[in-house]
Each structure stands twice: as C-alpha cells, then as structure tokens.
Design a protein around this ligand. Structure first.
Ligand SMILES: Cc1cc2nc3c(=O)[nH]c(=O)nc-3n(C[C@H](O)[C@H](O)[C@H](O)COP(=O)(O)OP(=O)(O)OC[C@H]3O[C@@H](n4cnc5c(N)ncnc54)[C@H](O)[C@@H]3O)c2cc1C
Length: 398
C-alpha cells in the first residue's frame, strides 16, 4: 500500500497553536514552526489540504512588484522557493523560465518603467524590453500595430516562472508532519471561542479544542472565519477562473501576462497551456466556471497569439480570492482579541508568497513579535492610511 503523506491523529483537547486552513500558507506556517522547534501545533482543514486556492492556482511565481515592501517580501519568497525542492526533498518542478508583463498603453508603460526602476534599486532582476526584443524571445506573439492594443513594450523578469502547485502543498504538509505537526482533514472550525478579549480555542465539527493562539489562514474564506472571532477586516471575496488546454509541443518558453487584456498564460512540462483572466467582477463564493470567462479569455488571447485559433480547451475551474483594498496581504496579530492572528488577503497572487508568508508567520507566532519583513502588512495600515499599493503590479484585474 502507498505510504501516506501525513499521519492521522485523534483530535486532542488542547494545542498550543491552532492553524485554521490547510492551504500552502497554513502548511508552510506549520512547517516553519516545526523547524523552529515549536511543538503541539495542529492544522485544521475543513476539507483536504489544497482544496482552496493552493490547489487551483496557475502557479506563477515572481517578485517584481511595485512597492519596496512588496518587492522585498516577494523576493524573499522567491529565494526560499529556489531551495525548496532540496529542503523538502520533493520535486516541485520549479522552472525559472522568465516572466513578461506586456504594456499596451502609455500609462501602462509608465507603470512598468516605475516597477523596473524600483526593482533595480532593490537588486531584483527586472527590466524593460522593446517590441522587437519581445518578439525575439516570443516569436509567435503579434507585435503589429493594427491590433486593438498594440504592444508598446514589456517588463521582463528572468527569475520569474512556474512551479507544480499541488506538489508545494504536499511537500509542506509532509515536512510539517515529519516535524510533529498534526494535520486534521475534514475538520471545520465552526466557532472561535473568545472570553474577555482573549482567545480560548475553537469549536469544530469534531469537538472543542482549547488553544492560546489561533490563526486564520483561509484566504477566500477569511471574512467568514474572522467573523467567528468577532473581527471585521477589509477582505472581499471574488472568484477567479482559469483553464487548461490540451497538450501541444513546447512552443511557449516564458510566462506571458497582459494587464490591459486581463490575461496570462504559460506552458507546462506536459505541454498544456495554463491560462487565466481577471477576477469575476462581483463578489461571491461560487466556484463555478462560466462561458463568459471562456469567451473573454479566448478573444483576448487571440489578439496576442493568433496561432492559438484552433486550440482545444480541456477543462475550466475557479477558486476564491480574498481581495484587500491595496492588493497587499494582511499578516498580523489582532489587537482586539489577544491570541488571535490573521494571515490573508492573498487575492489572485498569493501562491508565490507561500514560503515567505509561512516563514514570517511562524516567526511571529513563535517569538510573539512581528518580524520587520511583515510589519507593513498589519491590518492597522487601513486605519493609519499607509497602504501598500500593489494593484497595478499584483494582478491582471481592472
Ligand atoms: C484560478 C486561480 C489562479 C491563481 N493564480 C495564481 C498564480 O499564478 N500565482 C500566485 O501567486 N497566486 C495565484 N492565485 C492565488 C493563490 O492561489 C492564493 O492566494 C493562495 O493559494 C492562497 O493560499 P492559502 O493557503 O492562503 O489559502 P487556500 O489554499 O485557499 O487554503 C485555505 C483553506 O482553508 C480551508 N478552510 C476554509 N474555511 C475553513 C474553516 N472554517 N475551517 C477549517 N478550514 C477552513 C479551505 O478548505 C482551504 O483548504 C490564484 C488563485 C486562483 C483561484
């Protein structure tokens, strides 16, 4: 019989730390906690590890964000990803094939140039290319001027690329399990117990658990879980859809993103094109694919790559994204409820952050001190008007 990725346990009455959510962020947090020597930790997952965005994303990794806070954080994450296959002894199929963000308008190009300069100043490899330089690396792309949105330039980021997302989830889970963390599938947190402003524990479908520290790491479900603790944060959940085509011979050797056309695509080692669009325009929790997404994606991608006119789509899917007003995450203790922490707001772009998010969140929980790297991501920034504005750099949404 095949060996299990992680062990199963009876639920204990008490843990020192309870992590709600078994996605890449929850499991990475658990793994780094175990590496820091913290014991008696449980991950409670309502369904199965990877059920959420971590098992549904398009697996694009990069660090060329816009703000100093964002660039440093995502760059730490990319650095951790570079050594992760070896560290976790698992082939994560990380391919640093280079990442293009295309610019089609003057304002778009101006935003990309700002990002190129900010990245250069912080030592991150990302620079502008002209249309003929783009064509050299992407021979199939249409750089003509007669299309609706001609390509005027691109921000190129050589260290960006793709990874096998579910392998990341499994590898972090297995690593956490080896370090003594209990991972409980089918364990839904139905209430968070707070008394006199202090966390007491959680109520689950399998019984009540006492804990001094509880952290919500549930991405698209963040508003719902925070509400259980009486905490209201500015998360708004929108679905994001994606699709995968049949396999074709390798022709696309880089990740390509267009903010103006709201699309992105890459090719896997199996030859499938993995493609996505912007978020569904209105907030909801449905994870259904729509014809509207397929139509919009198809018409937009043909403007860039007319050679795809006969391509066959194999399947479509959707996942939930917890958007914040500035498109940056919230990783923070919650002042109003002692012992309650939140890691969320990962929107359409959080998978790439899993290692840095897990590492810094574990440090925050283990040392009772917020690490410098994630101080800018406190929820208090929305009260204090010091947003970390990443909207133009984080996603392809309008
Ligand atoms: C289609 C799509 C494409 C994307 N593409 C990219 C990309 O290319 N690059 C990138 O960086 N990011 C991308 N993202 C975003 C990325 O997937 C997420 O930001 C990231 O995976 C969030 O990880 P997480 O661990 O925080 O949450 P999730 O993986 O969503 O895990 C949260 C878990 O919490 C569990 N849960 C919820 N409520 C409870 C409860 N009450 N009790 C117990 N458990 C609960 C859920 O079952 C779920 O398993 C994409 C997202 C989608 C949907």
């Amino acid at each position: 019989m095949a060996k299990q990725m992680w062990r199963t346990y009876d639920l204990k009455k008490t843990y020192d730390i309870v992590i709600i959510g078994g996605g890449a962020h929850g499991l990475a947090t658990a793994y780094y906690l175990s590496k820091m020597g913290v014991k008696n930790v449980a991950v409670l997952e309502a369904r199965y590890p990877g059920y959420g965005g971590s098992g549904r994303n398009t697996a694009i990794l990069r660090s060329n964000y816009r703000t100093e806070e964002g660039i440093k954080f995502y760059d730490q994450s990319l650095g951790l990803y570079e050594n992760l296959s070896g560290e976790l002894d698992y082939n994560l199929m990380f391919s640093q094939q280079g990442h293009f963000t295309l610019g089609h308008t003057e304002s778009g190009i101006s935003g990309l140039v700002t990002r190129a300069e900010n990245n250069k100043a912080l030592g991150v490899n990302s620079y502008m290319l002209t249309p003929p330089e783009i064509k050299k690396k992407l021979p199939e792309i249409d750089i003509s001027s007669h299309v609706r949105y001609p390509i005027l330039g691109a921000l190129y980021h050589p260290p960006g690329g793709i990874i096998r997302h579910d392998a990341v989830v499994w590898a972090y889970g297995r690593g956490a399990d080896k370090g003594g963390v209990e991972i409980h599938n089918l364990t839904e947190v139905q209430d968070i117990l707070v008394e006199k402003g202090k966390i007491q524990g959680v109520k689950t479908n399998r019984g009540t658990i006492h804990a001094k520290k509880v952290i919500s790491v549930v991405a698209g479900w963040s508003s719902e879980v925070c509400r259980l603790a009486g905490v209201k944060l500015p998360f708004v959940t929108h679905p994001l859809q994606a699709l995968v085509t049949e396999s074709y011979k390798p022709w696309l050797h880089h990740v390509v993103v267009s903010g103006t056309l709201h699309i992105y695509l890459s090719q896997t080692d199996r030859g499938e094109l993995v493609c996505g669009d912007g978020i569904d325009q209105y907030p909801h929790y449905g994870m259904r694919s729509t014809l509207g997404f397929m139509e919009a994606f198809s018409s937009h991608v043909l403007e860039l790559f007319p050679i795809l006119h006969n391509i066959k789509v194999q399947r479509q899917w959707a996942g939930l994204c917890d958007m914040t007003p500035d498109y940056s995450p919230i990783i923070s203790p919650i002042d109003e409820v002692e012992g309650f922490y939140v890691n969320g707001g990962w929107g359409t772009y959080g998978f790439k952050a899993s290692p840095a998010s897990g590492f810094n969140t574990a440090k925050m929980l283990a040392e009772d001190k917020v690490p410098e790297m994630i101080k800018p991501f406190s929820y208090n920034r929305f009260r204090e008007n010091r947003l970390v504005g990443e909207k133009a750099a984080a996603s392809v949404s309008s």
